[in-house]
Design a protein around this ligand. Structure first.
Ligand SMILES: Nc1ncnc2c1ncn2[C@@H]1O[C@H](COP(=O)(O)OP(=O)(O)O)[C@@H](O)[C@H]1O
Ligand SMILES: [Mg+2]
Length: 359
């Protein structure tokens, strides 16, 4: 699957643009502040309906534009072409479209265009909040198991209902608790199986990147597994009532990375944490390709950030080995291209004064 054509209007500092990306690697280069991250941000927004830099899509809109309009043509391996569109008015209204039809959630966009992002803050996957690791897991499960999207939506809705019932001391609490326990088990099992499947590709990716060894991965489900979730919920009912939220369940799950019994976030350097995060993303992409026949479009913002030259080259090689589409940015293209055996397979785009041109 590749993003073949991409158009954007009203995007941060960039002039209206229309680009054709090659099936393999595009390297977008330009000085600081030229608009490289904005371009990747826009592709990410087309695929997810949201930005990775801001919680407010409004900030992606050019200061004086009336609307942000993104359009992309995605070609699947079967030859099927899907046209995706995202519009966000300055007034706040937004529309998502697939093949000209309005869609009510970002799920159809994500299904049509899976994207994985590696950026200067990627180490947050290791050192950030558990929420980020749950999101990582759920991204993986969503893309390898077709029905997980609706399970995850039902789960969130049921959790909200149960929490509301706790706060209002509603008579429906028992019924929401029962439904919550059922859907929570489904989320838990899907994540647990996914973690098992991730182990081998993670090992392979860590060997490719080098520099981080002996990582033990452990999935903690969010309640004491010596009990059923129903039992854990019953035991904590009074506490849950007092606080107004549910303490046990997949919403409290954690994906732990330990090295010789210590948390990776406490014993690895920032650069090493980025290497581990990249290995996780590479593993996730390998697994996606294994189960769907095609991987994600990988967006790599500032490939050089926090990585020494040897790691830069190994990461670039590992990404190339996956044979999918890659859009990456760099201030100095030479930093990325030097020493790469496949440098001549990379298409260059230069960003300057708001214009992006093939170079
Ligand atoms: N909403 C906006 N409207 C117009 N310009 C913006 C907006 N948000 C950011 N900018 C400007 O866009 C430029 C490009 O930023 P960015 O994409 O992060 O550059 P790069 O990644 O190439 O360093 C910056 O100079 C920034 O000041
Ligand atoms: Mg940038």
């Amino acid at each position: 699957m590749i993003l073949r054509r991409f158009q954007a209007q009203g995007l941060r500092n960039l002039a209206p643009l229309e680009l054709s990306f090659p099936p393999r690697v595009s390297l977008i280069h330009g000085s600081n502040g030229s608009g490289k991250t904005s371009l990747l941000e826009a592709v990410y927004t087309l695929a997810t309906g949201r930005s990775f830099r801001s919680n407010r899509l409004a900030s992606v809109l050019n200061y004086s534009a009336e609307a942000l309009t993104l359009f992309g043509e995605v070609v699947h391996d079967s030859g099927r072409v899907l046209r995706l569109g995202v519009t966000r008015q300055a007034s706040g209204a937004g529309v998502l479209k697939v093949d000209g039809e309005r869609v009510s959630s970002n799920r159809p966009l994500a299904e049509a265009l899976p994207v994985l992002l590696i950026h200067p803050e990627s180490m947050n996957l290791i050192m950030g909040s558990p929420e980020q690791r749950r999101r990582f897991l759920d991204w993986g499960v969503f893309h390898v198991e077709q029905h997980f999207g609706s399970v995850a939506t039902t789960f969130r809705r049921t959790l909200d209902h149960r929490n509301a019932a706790l706060r209002t001391r509603s008579r429906d609490l028992e019924s929401w608790t029962r439904q919550f326990a059922v859907v929570a088990e489904q989320v838990h099992e899907a994540r647990e199986q996914y973690v098992e499947r991730l182990r081998l590709p993670l090992q392979i990716a860590l060997e490719q990147l080098q520099g981080v060894a002996g990582v033990a991965v452990r999935y903690q489900p969010g309640w004491d597994r010596r009990r059923t979730l129903r039992e854990a919920l019953a035991e904590q009912l009074e506490l849950d009532r007092q606080s107004g939220f549910t303490r046990s369940g997949p919403q409290r799950a954690e994906l732990r990375f330990d090295i010789e019994g210590r948390k990776a976030s406490e014993c690895l350097s920032r650069g090493q944490q980025k290497v581990l995060a990249c290995a996780l993303l590479l593993a996730q992409n390998a697994l996606l390709k294994q189960s769907r026949g095609s991987g994600a479009v990988v967006l790599v913002d500032d490939l050089a950030a926090e990585l020494d030259e040897a790691h830069r080259q190994r990461l670039a090689s590992a990404l190339m080995d996956q044979r999918g589409q890659i859009l990456m940015t760099a201030v100095e293209p030479e930093l990325v291209l030097n020493g790469l055996s496949f440098a001549d397979e990379i298409a260059l785009f230069h960003v300057e004064q708001g214009e992006i041109t093939p170079s």
